[in-house]
Write a protein that binds this ligand. Sequence first.
Ligand code: MN
Length: 450
Amino acid sequence: MSDEQNTQPIMPVEAPGRVAVPVENRVDSDVVSGSNHFISWGGRSDVGLVRGHNEDSFLVRTPLFVVSDGMGGHAAGEVASAIAVETIGANAPSDPDDILLGAAVETANLAVIKGAEEGRGKPGMGCTASTVVIKGDRMAVAHVGDSRVYLLHEGKLVRITHDHSFVEELIDAGQITEDEARVHPSRSVITRALGSDPNMYADHFSLEVHNGDRVILCSDGLSSMIDDAEIEMLAVSSVTPQSAADNLVSAALTAGGADNVTVLVVDVKNDGIAEAARKRLLQRVGTFAAGVLVALVAVFALLAAFIRGEWYLAPDGETVGIYQGINADIMGFPLSQLVEPTTVQIKDLPESVQSQLQRGIQVSSEAEAHAIVESYRDQIDADKTRAAEKAEEAKADGDPTGATVVPTDQAPEGEAEAGANAAKEAQETQDNEKTETSSSTQGSKSGGGA
Ligand code: MN
């Protein structure tokens, strides 16, 4: 907002006698620039050639950009605009949500009012706020006052905000033109601003932006000095956002620099390169993960195949069990399973075999496991038969205690009978069998381990 005293008509920038004002090495000029994968930006805020201090404030906190033009005189206008950009910065959404962005501007309005009440700044201070959030192909806009947001799309400049000013209303009513508005005596009268009405609301909307679009935020120190055609010409002809901001500020100064002038320029680089890079990275991660998965599956398949070919004997409670797999576990997951329980009692076996069973007796196949179990059974039967025979002998000798040794209760019925019939045979082969069982066990153990 320019003060009322600056009412001299604005001369065209190209007018004879005008000396172009370069912005390089300007003392009262703040510059900001930067870029990321999606946008690049440049900005400049200049006190101008007439004012003694700069009441404009701006904020670049990607993806948020804010320009605020303060009013209220020294130590008030700049306080109001500073409170506004601070508050908007603290409350703006990180996504292009224009409702939330508008709410942030409305919060800033209350903050400016409160600031005046609490003695930060002065009563009656106020400011404008033009703010955008740009992310991907969306831009949210929220706006109050006569600062502006322009969009340069395919070489054409379009103003996308509506000034809240008296002259804008006259233009809307068809009473004056844009050019007349720039030199109208009441051109600085604004109809909506932050800092007076607690019920003030912000204009807000969202729109699509494209690769190569250039967004320009400015205070009226630019738009009151040069017309939209010149803004468009400079915006089109400047290569970088910073050179665009510098050229626009320079033009405003060259045109008289009657007001503080602030320009932020944001270039949209939504060309799919960043998106493609992101996709490539995801693809690479995906390929790697798939490779790891395939390797894991292969390892587990090999392990499973290996485990299926392994057999061993080990205790299954009180009896001997036939197990498939390896007598071990990986992080609590067993690598074997009980395939077949047997009725062979471990306690009936010789102690050396019992201790071998506790460690697990590895065998080369399921058939060998069965054969060993059968040999255990035969051995136990033979032992029992021999015990029965001894009992018979004791009975014949007239020892009454011998009868109690008859193991008909302990041995399975059929086996006990068969054992009694083959008693003599069993006794003859007893020692041989024992040796065979032992050697067979030892043999398969060392064979499996090799
Ligand atoms: Mn201004």
